[in-house]
Design a protein around this ligand. Structure first.
Ligand SMILES: Nc1ncnc2c1ncn2[C@@H]1O[C@H](COP(=O)(O)OP(=O)(O)OP(=O)(O)O)[C@@H](O)[C@H]1O
Length: 541
């Protein structure tokens, strides 16, 4: 997407339109379900109509509209702040807020683009919970509406493999809102990236079975998650996996395809149709991500860690084959002409993953189909050979009890390792100075994928802080994506030069996990200290 968008985006930025356009992108994308969320007023509506885009109905969407006055009054009387009831009345309908002082905050356990997550004790029940504190910049209606959509979606779902919203915490005078969830001690990314943990085939089946069951439920309830990745798959101490973070999720209508934004799903797990700009898509997007996760669990590392959208598509085509001419013609994807590779690639899933259990290959093959219509549904995946041949999925309760492990811990571990490597390198440099010949023939270091991911996350945070809180801005705007190694104004064609050499997936070892794994990853960030640091920075600016 690099430079065509990049130039356009810089021009827009010059005109001061970037933020507005980002919102409009979401507005265009989700006209039907989120009509009232994403429309900003008459001007936007006129623009949509002028484009001739389909609108299901001119009636307000009752799920998302402001409540009538008497409901608003009732909600305020029940303890909800007026700003929340005005903008997100439907999302909180029928609920009563819990008071913040009925929870005891214990630790900060996670940080998202627009939230901080804390471990806390419910003082009424003694239960340990996770409190997701949603940040609102000046109570901007846009960000409140996004959070309202997340709440509405969470309330629509009820399944053992989907995180359960247990309540909301706020008060009439409060400017913040906490979402209460059951506390989950691990996430799949944290476990999968722990070098001390190697999953067996039946353990991989156990996690994947739970993922497909959760996805089946979401899709049956007409919810697309749109950000399936390891760090959003939370796992408790009984081995139960729950799909979490519905911040990018959307309702969809399987019978009436409607346009949605293509700027969703974390890059490594983003399907080709979204990279190519598709705005009409369906459950296939989540199934592509699930296919990436299945292969990642078996390989022991992410299978397509692209650094830019261009590089991501290139990695996809190299593994999954470049699309046929028929597909290019049929799909009419907006960026097809820009991204069509000059060279065609043969699909090589079976060769690349030759060491994987044989029953996994047909499943991976169909989940990673370039054409989303060819991907299995979650229900079909659950009935696939992968789950019906031995070794069967183990029981979640038989999974080993791991020490707490989250992607955040893995990042801290990576940072520590990097720090140690840097320190070692500094020492070695001192030594090398006296022995220059040793430098000859040194290997090229393996690219640090997580550093890229971290850079992305940091940039996402920057963007989110800088702009209005549109969830579509979680991903770098195209002109910034260009800055990641795809210079503005250079060729749009994918050139293998941009793709670092891939490491083959050859030595996967399905060994039993070690019994006594002690890989505690250091103290969690002290929220008070972080808060103080942030305040300092803010005032320092
Ligand atoms: N129920 C929970 N139990 C334990 N930890 C949790 C829970 N929910 C979230 N977390 C932790 O907090 C982190 C951020 O939560 P979440 O992904 O919901 O927020 P977000 O702002 O939408 O994040 P992102 O920017 O990644 O989309 C998660 O990666 C996870 O580590």
């Amino acid at each position: 997407m690099g430079c065509a968008f990049g130039k356009e985006a810089s021009r827009r930025e010059e005109r001061g339109e970037e933020v507005r356009e980002a919102k409009a992108e979401v507005g265009r994308g989700e006209v039907v379900e989120n009509e009232n969320i994403e429309k900003e007023g008459g001007r936007e509506e006129r623009r949509t109509r002028a484009r001739g885009e389909r609108r299901r109905s001119s009636k307000p969407n009752p799920r998302l509209s402001n409540p009538p006055n008497h409901v608003h009054g009732e909600q305020v009387a029940a303890g909800w702040p007026s700003w929340l009831s005005k903008v997100a009345g439907e999302a909180i309908n029928g609920l009563t807020p819990r008071r913040a002082d009925s929870f005891e905050k214990l630790d900060k356990i996670g940080q998202g683009t627009y939230s901080n997550v804390y471990k806390a004790r419910d003082t009424l029940t003694g239960k340990i919970v996770a409190l997701k504190k949603v940040r609102f910049d000046n109570l901007e209606p846009e960000s409140v509406k996004f959070m309202a959509r997340e709440i509405l979606i969470l309330r629509r779902l009820d399944h053992p493999n989907v995180i359960k919203l247990e309540g909301l915490v706020t008060s009439r005078m409060s400017c913040s809102l906490y979402l209460v969830f059951e506390y989950m001690v691990h996430d799949l990314a944290g476990l999968a990236t722990n070098p001390a943990i190697k999953f067996t085939e039946s353990q991989v089946k156990c996690y994947m079975h739970q993922l497909f069951s959760g996805l089946e439920h979401c899709h049956n309830r007409h919810v697309l998650h749109r950000d399936i990745k390891g760090s959003n798959l939370l796992i408790d101490n009984d081995g139960i996996l729950r799909i979490a973070d519905f911040g990018l999720a959307s309702f969809y209508d399987p019978n009436h395809k409607h346009p949605m934004t293509s700027r969703v799903v974390t890059l490594w797990y983003r399907p080709p149709e979204l990279l190519l700009g598709a705005t009409e898509y369906s459950v296939g997007v989540d199934l592509w991500s699930a296919g990436c996760i299945l292969a990642e669990l078996l390989a022991g590392k992410p299978i397509m860690p692209g650094r830019t959208e261009v590089e991501q598509l290139h990695k996809i085509f190299k593994l999954c084959g470049s699309p046929s001419d028929e597909y290019w013609k049929k799909s009419k994807l907006p960026h097809a002409t820009i991204f069509k590779p000059q060279q065609s690639y043969k699909r090589c899933i079976a060769e690349t993953f030759k060491d994987f259990p044989p029953s996994s290959l047909p499943l991976i093959d169909t989940l990673l189909a370039i054409d989303p219509d060819e991907r299995l549904t979650a229900t079909a995946a659950l009935h696939s050979e992968f789950f019906t041949t031995k070794p069967y999925a183990c029981e979640p309760s038989s999974l080993p009890k791991y020490p707490p492990s989250k992607e955040m811990d893995a990042k801290l571990r990576d940072e520590e390792a990097r720090r140690l490597r840097a320190a070692g390198k500094a020492n070695a440099d001192g030594v090398k100075k006296s022995r220059p010949r040793e430098r000859v023939g040194r290997g090229i270091p393996v690219p640090e994928a997580n550093a890229e991911l971290q850079a992305n996350i940091d940039r996402r945070r920057l963007i989110t802080h800088a702009n209005a809180k549109s969830k579509s801005e979680k991903f770098p705007p195209p002109h910034q994506d260009g800055a990641l190694g795809y210079p503005l104004g250079s060729s749009h064609h994918m050139d293998p030069v941009f793709d670092p050499p891939d490491v083959p997936f050859s030595s996967t070892n399905f060994s039993q996990p070690k019994a006594n794994i002690q890989t505690w990853s250091g103290p969690l960030v002290d929220s008070a200290a972080v808060g103080a640091q942030r305040r300092k920075k803010k005032h320092g600016k």
